[in-house]
Design a protein around this ligand. Sequence first.
Ligand code: COA
Length: 260
Amino acid sequence: MAVTQQEHIAISTEDAILRIRFNRPDKKNAITRDMYTAMADAIAASNTDKSIRVILIEGSEGCFTSGNDLKDFMNAPTTGDGSPVGRFLAEASTAEKPLVAAVTGIAVGIGTTMLLHCDLAYASEQAKFHMPFVNLGLVPEFGSSLILPSLIGQRRAAELLMLGKPFGPGTALELGLINAIHEDAEVIDAAIDAARALAAQPPSALRQTKKLMKRGFLNGIAEQIREEGDHFATCLTGPEATEAFQAFMEKRKPDFSKFD
Ligand code: COA
């Protein structure tokens, strides 16, 4: 399989399962452009690789991902269709093989929104979910501004997307963002068990079922991802995001009082 290898993303194939593992623990698995490229390449290649039946996206010990690398956002604010993140959004949201997630800890930004594109998701007891897009002067991405309100209702989606409220695995389970909660040491094994069970299913029927389940929403999601992307790109270089990113780097609270 032609896949870009990348030191911060560990990619392996085992028992028909393509395992994509975040491996940048010192930066809380913040996702860089190279990491997006490696993941996008791996998912794209899996579509035509008959030896792969399921894709598993997993965190490292105690951490899923802290989302997009904020330094990358500041230094290379490109998020359009052909960009590394744009390619990942497109490949993950249209992947032909089922996607399973093992949320081993903190899941910020795209760490949470990617779960909306996974077919099955399992979280550890220490998992913490957060979509602080507005808090960072940004807008939601990955179709989350469309999928979340339709999945959990406008009111609760506003709490998570507009107030940027963090939440734990119990809430994630109740909202239907994950399938189950497991002890920290067991979540990856639980996700592997689910991936193995999917891999043992008749592959063509499984792929077609995934396609049928998404058929009614796919065009709307692709369009929403594009629309969000346009606003996101404008926000990224705007004064609110600049203040938020600067504040993060300087380890201080952002001050949005001067903006209107
Ligand atoms: N981008 C770039 N670097 C990040 C990062 C990110 N998204 N998340 C964490 N890091 C870095 C920190 O800057 C720090 O680097 P340093 O050791 O060189 O100072 C290191 O990872 C450890 O993070 P730290 O903040 O010390 O860990 P913590 O356990 O106290 O907090 C988080 C973890 C995830 C809550 C916190 O790092 C955070 O809020 N990160 C930003 C998340 C975010 O806004 N993502 C974008 C969403 S769109």
